[in-house]
Design a protein around this ligand. Structure first.
Ligand SMILES: [Zn+2]
Length: 837
């Protein structure tokens, strides 16, 4: 028995050393192989083994390999239902580069062949290669711009983009400095034959892609022209669609002077951060006089004047127009036509991808420095009280329980309780707490149950924990929520490329809410360059009425809008609110859209007459918020102040039986007329006419498929990929990270899941990210910096691939198709201005 053990031990020992020795030799062999390989490449340009380089030298159009690959990539895509598969992403199709260069008669082509021959494919192991890349990245930038905090975030190190690409002029515009280029290449060359395997040796294929000329003009354009003009029936339908679009133009608030006309940005490098965002300078009162009439504020130049200066459509006009739109939506012939046009749009996009996806990807490769991780993305729709993830909230609660157990935090049942006592009353210790006990995550029970979803805002099912940690008007004046918010802000800033538009509630129960909110923001110094605010108004008239807080709907309107008009006319009357409003970019309407409601008639009671116990319909809320906001914005604009866009939730709810209720379509019709952009809009899938109108008007949709998945619509049924294919202006947003997401970067999680499930390409993701910046309410200066100096121009002219990583090809396609569609609708007479105002 003992001998056996000895044998076993000896065998193990010998085995181990054999493995070690053979590993050593294997390693040596690999090294010498690699060196040999490098030299072989040097010697023999036409070596068959160097497939990638050699194919590129061949005439691209006659290469059989190329044909094969093309065929395969076309075959891989499934057409027809809006989904498509991408192929050949791992294998760079170098042949296209050469064909591009040959076509454009680029003088550098022969040189590139030489380069390819002398620089072998890098044999460096991946880890050290990565380090080298990072180092070379560092070399490109001014070190003063670097901030070490970004080193720990994902994606690229915080390079300043301007330097990131401008220091590569000879790479980008190869026309000029070819000598310089060759010199640097031969340095790399000599470096590699010295056998130093850890040196910087860029992949020759990638390097050549970077050095190619811009891809403009070299993609397959689609020309789909019908044989005949539209039939008389179709003409009739198109005229009606035109009328709807013109109607929206009449309602929507637009600045008289666009931001880019007011503020010319010569140098779109990083705008200086605001050194003192809460600074208030007394501005004095203007003479404006405002007065409520039938639920809408009217503004006069002074108290004695009878001449209203910012008139807005009255309620009867609005409801008449709304009914017109609703009739149009229901008309059979228009539905058929719109359905057909939308399908055609989808097929055009699929065809575009079949023809050009490889070129788009190549164009992305050739944009130095930029990739999906370091293009700017805005979370266009997220509720502030759910902006942290569950783990973050849990950690925060535990740390407060540890560090501030004796802080008096709440007044309940006639006594003041410390944090420790609150947890004792719940029979919980800090050690007990875990994410499961916290129970804030959406689960099966919340599907189609908005009420249950709302209960998830209560940590551990306890409203008192919500009161302490997630409210800003509590006994500790929202100090905990303020601290938590600051932590979320610093996480965002560390990610650098992610921004958010947080929605925070004003309820309309009393006028002092605005001042309370503003002082919470100012006292906690809640400001970040990565964040702007939206105000959300829950539609809860019936609840307040029942509680006796309000007597009529007019009370709610007064509580919301009187402070806003006061502070606009006289900023000194609410200094903190004045400062806060500079960071507020939108007004949102929220609540459960699935509650049944009655369609408003043309002649509705005025808000002062609305004293019954029922909640007014969605469109009733929409009109009065829109009209007052319109007047307010006109007044603010005339005084040189920032404006507040109307961006409500709309079309979120899908009926369980999958047949849509009349009410849901009313919501989308009302917001079509009045809203700047909307959150969700998934119900557009049920109305081809509205969907087509939202496409033509390019109304932004901040969609949240993961949130829909928890509440109303399974992920695989979400219309986002179809909307995206058809060219609707969609962005991705998180809605409620606390209830829905699992990771520290909820927005990237949202993109990641969409990309995986719907097989979105890097180009698609970057296009969606660009949309999100475009839709957002961030300043003109920041948008210029993030997506390009002329971002407001239509189509490829507004694009800067060095910032957005979206190929011109994609935007030119979108723009061409949209213009064709507009001409189709306007029967060839559409007048389309160069900029989208
Ligand atoms: Zn939401």
């Amino acid at each position: 028995m003992e001998a056996y053990t000895l044998h076993l031990a000896m065998a193990a020992l010998i085995g181990a050393s054999t493995v070690a020795i053979s590993a050593y030799f294997l390693h040596r062999k690999t090294l010498s192989h690699l060196l040999e390989f490098a030299r072989a490449v040097e010697r023999d340009v036409d070596d068959e083994n160097l497939h990638a380089g050699v194919v590129a030298v061949d005439d691209s159009s006659s290469s059989p390999k190329r044909h094969l690959r093309k065929h395969r990539s076309a075959y891989d895509r499934r057409i027809g239902n809006g989904y498509y598969r991408r192929s050949s992403t791992s294998l760079p199709d170098v042949t296209v580069v050469d064909s591009v260069e040959a076509k454009s008669g680029h003088p550098g082509t022969p040189k590139i062949n030489i380069l390819r021959a002398i620089s072998p494919k890098s044999p460096v192991a991946s880890a050290s290669a990565f380090e080298s890349v990072e180092e070379s990245d560092d070399d490109m930038v001014d070190n003063a711009e670097m901030d070490t905090t970004y080193l720990h975030t994902n994606g690229n190190v915080g390079l300043e983009d301007k330097n990131g690409y401008e220091t590569l002029p000879d790479h980008v515009n190869a026309n000029g400095d070819m000598i310089q280029l060759t010199a640097s290449k031969s340095m790399i060359h000599s470096h590699s034959i010295s056998g130093d395997l850890h040196g910087v040796q860029p992949d020759p294929i990638a390097a050549d892609i970077l050095r190619k000329v811009p891809e403009h003009e070299t993609f397959a354009r689609l020309k789909v022209t019908p044989l005949e003009g539209p039939s008389p029936d179709e003409v009739e339908a198109y005229v009606i669609v035109q009328e709807c679009l013109e109607m929206r133009k009449r309602y929507l608030f637009r600045e008289a002077v666009a931001p880019w006309e007011k503020e010319i940005i010569a140098d779109p490098c990083t705008p200086k951060p605001n050194p003192d965002p809460f600074f208030f300078a007394p501005e004095g009162k203007s003479d404006h006089y405002f007065e409520m009439q039938d639920g809408v504020f009217h503004v006069y130049p002074n108290k004695d004047s009878k001449e209203e200066i910012f008139p807005v459509a009255d309620a009867t006009t609005f409801f008449t127009d709304l009914h017109h739109i609703l009739r149009v939506i229901a008309a059979g012939n228009i539905r058929t036509l719109c359905h057909y046009r939308l399908n055609l749009l989808e097929q055009k996009f699929n065809l575009h991808l079949m023809l050009n996806a490889d070129r788009e990807f190549l164009a992305q490769k050739s944009a130095p420095h930029r990739d999906f991780y370091n293009v700017r993305k805005v979370d266009t729709h997220v509720h502030h009280s759910a902006c942290m993830n569950q783990k973050h909230l849990l950690r925060f609660i535990k740390s407060k329980l540890r560090k501030e157990p004796d802080e008096v935090v709440i007044f309940r049942d006639g006594t003041y309780l410390t944090l420790k006592e609150v947890f004792e009353s719940l029979d919980l210790t800090g050690y007990d707490l875990n994410v499961d006990l916290l129970d804030v995550h959406a689960d099966k029970s919340t599907f189609h149950r908005f009420d249950k979803f709302n209960l998830k805002y209560n940590p551990c099912g306890q409203s008192r924990l919500r009161e302490i940690f997630l409210k800003q008007d509590n006994l500790i004046q929202g100090r905990f929520l303020g601290e938590l918010t600051k932590q979320v802000f610093s996480d965002l800033e560390a990610s650098k490329y992610q921004m958010a538009e947080y929605r925070i509630s004003i309820y309309g129960r009393k006028q002092s809410e605005w001042d309370q909110l503003a002082s919470w923001i100012v006292n906690n110094e809640l400001y970040s360059e990565n964040v702007v605010w939206l105000i959300q108004l829950p539609r809860l008239y019936n609840v307040y009425k029942e509680m006796g807080i309000v007597t009529s709907f007019q009370n709610i309107l007064d509580n919301i809008f009187i402070p806003l008009f006061e502070v606009t006319v006289d900023p000194d009357s609410h200094p903190q609110l004045h400062v806060f409003l500079k960071q507020v970019v939108g007004l949102d309407l929220v609540d459960d859209e699935s509650k049944p409601e009655r369609r408003p008639t043309k002649h509705m009671p005025t808000p002062a007459q609305w004293t019954n116990i029922f909640n007014p319909a969605f469109s009733y809320y929409v009109y009065y918020c829109y009209a007052n906001l319109y007047t307010l914005n006109k007044l603010r604009e005339s005084k040189g102040m920032t404006t507040i866009k109307f961006r409500p939730h709309s079309g979120e709810v899908v009926d369980a039986s999958s047949c849509i209720q009349a009410g849901d379509i009313d919501h989308l019709a009302a917001t079509f007329l009045t809203a700047h952009n909307i959150a969700h809009g998934i119900n557009l899938r049920k109305s081809p006419v509205l969907q087509y109108l939202y496409y033509l008007a390019q109304i932004g949709l901040a969609m949240s498929p993961l949130s829909n998945n928890s509440l109303f619509l399974d992920y695989h049924r979400n219309p986002l990929p179809v909307f995206f294919s058809r060219g609707l202006n969609v962005s991705l947003s998180t809605d409620d990270p606390l209830q829905i997401h699992l990771t520290k970067e909820p927005l990237v999680e949202e993109y990641s899941i969409a990309a995986s499930v719907w097989k979105l390409s890097a180009c698609d993701l970057c296009e969606i990210a660009r949309n999100s910046v475009y839709q957002s309410g961030f300043s003109h200066a920041l948008k210029s910096h993030w997506i390009g100096k002329e971002y407001y121009k239509r189509g490829p002219n507004g694009n800067d691939i060095h910032r957005t990583n979206v190929p011109h090809i994609r935007l030119e396609f979108r723009d061409t198709i949209w213009r064709e569609e507009m001409q189709q609708v306007y029967l060839g007479k559409a007048i389309i201005p160069e900029v989208d105002k």
